[in-house]
Design a protein around this ligand. Structure first.
Ligand code: NAP
Ligand code: ZN
Length: 348
């Protein structure tokens, strides 16, 4: 018998999220049932709830930064036991057979990974996310949260953390790499900490200097306001890697001008509208304009272990689920330091 759990759902692009119930499937032989304790609020939840990325199937329960405790395991589960502290990120399954899945890049599965919400599970049922009391996931997509990382500050690592960790590793951030993080929000504040722990020279590019002190404390060596046109003149051609986390459309050419020869700007922010790029922003310094999405399961575990080892976690503001609509407005106003996390006990 599927289990009914309480949740918070978006029912249209314009209505506030409201309480609901959803069904979670029976625990199959390879499944893990997780009692969710905390669910981070990612800007992607807002894009999806508001239908900004194309047709959203309503009602939808969003949330893909999930931390909790194992409540039940299937008969063939080997890696987890009841009581383990675990997490689930943006994916809950993939084909498991393509070359990307086989090498641990499930996020680039040729059939498309099955997203934690807004996807369709292998059982044919639409997936529903973390703003809920429990979730059932195949053990292959469950992460272990290391001791020493509290569940509330670990939850945002499952999306914000891995989304910055993966490109930092892929593009080889290390001592001497000049990294700029654009936008000091949920993703950005993880990027600053991770890049700094990898030894890179980190600069924050924020709309204003309001968060400068905290940005420097998180590990940045420099901090500039993008509202000051002088910033772009001063920093021209001075970075190897620009990680762009901005959720809104930006002047892409202006940010490309910050790259040195052979530098790369990686877009992880996913704004609603297309953005244009001038050929001559790329050609004269052989710069690359790239994208990246989350990271594979193995890499996500590596990131969690890296965070525990380096004392890195999200800086969170914990809220009750009834505050979620207000929290969305504050995220949109860049008024969050630096991730809202829902205490799912408030769903009871
Ligand atoms: P967030 O907490 O809202 O952070 C975004 C930051 O961008 C804000 O804090 C703000 O930083 C800056 N910003 C916002 N509006 C801006 C504007 N109009 N102009 C310039 N800067 C602006 O959001 P998030 O959760 O970090 O997510 C950021 C984006 O990444 C979203 O689009 C999300 O969907 C996407 N995302 C992608 C992936 C992936 O796999 N690629 C994963 C997760 C999220 P300052 O206040 O410092 O300027
Ligand atoms: Zn996310």
């Amino acid at each position: 018998m599927p289990t009914t759990v309480k949740a918070y759902a978006a029912t249209s692009a314009t209505d506030p999220l409201t309480p609901t119930t959803i069904e979670r499937r029976d625990v199959g032989p390879r499944d893990v049932r997780i009692d969710i304790r905390y669910a981070g609020i990612c800007h992607s939840d807002i894009h999806t709830a508001r239908g900004e990325w194309g047709a959203t199937r309503y009602p939808i329960v969003v949330g893909h930064e999930i931390a909790g405790v194992v409540a039940e395991v299937g008969s063939e589960v080997t890696r987890f036991a009841v009581g383990d502290r675990v997490g689930v990120g943006c994916m809950v399954d993939s084909c498991g057979e393509c070359r990307f899945c086989r090498r641990g890049d499930e996020q680039y599965c040729v059939e498309g990974n099955i997203q934690t919400y807004g996807g369709v599970g292998k059982d044919g049922v639409p997936t529903q996310g973390g703003y809920s009391q429990a979730i059932v996931v195949t053990e292959d997509f469950v992460l272990r949260i290391p001791d020493g990382l509290e569940l509330d500050v670990a939850a945002p690592l499952l999306c914000a953390g891995i989304t910055l960790y993966s490109p930092l590793r892929h593009w080889g951030a290390e001592p001497g790499t000049r990294v700029a993080v654009v936008g000091l929000g949920g993703l950005g504040h993880m990027g600053v900490q991770l890049a700094s722990a990898m030894g890179a020279e980190v600069t924050v590019l924020s709309q204003s200097l309001k968060k400068q002190e905290e940005g420097l404390r998180l590990g940045a060596g420099a901090y500039f306001a993008t509202s000051d046109p002088d910033t772009f003149r001063r920093l021209a051609a001075s970075f190897d890697l620009v990680l762009n986390t901005v959720s809104a459309s930006i002047d892409v050419d202006a940010y490309l001008s910050l790259l040195d020869v052979d530098g790369t700007m990686v877009l992880v922010g996913a704004p609603e509208h297309p953005q244009s790029v001038r050929a001559f922003s790329l050609i004269p310094r052989r710069v690359s304009f790239a994208g990246s999405t989350i990271g594979g399961i193995r890499e996500t575990q590596e990131m969690l272990d890296f965070c525990a080892e380096h004392g890195i976690a999200a800086q969170v503001e914990t809220i009750g689920v009834e505050q979620v609509n207000e929290a969305y407005e504050r995220v949109l106003a860049s008024d969050v330091r630096y991730r809202f996390v829902i205490d799912t006990a408030t769903l009871a």
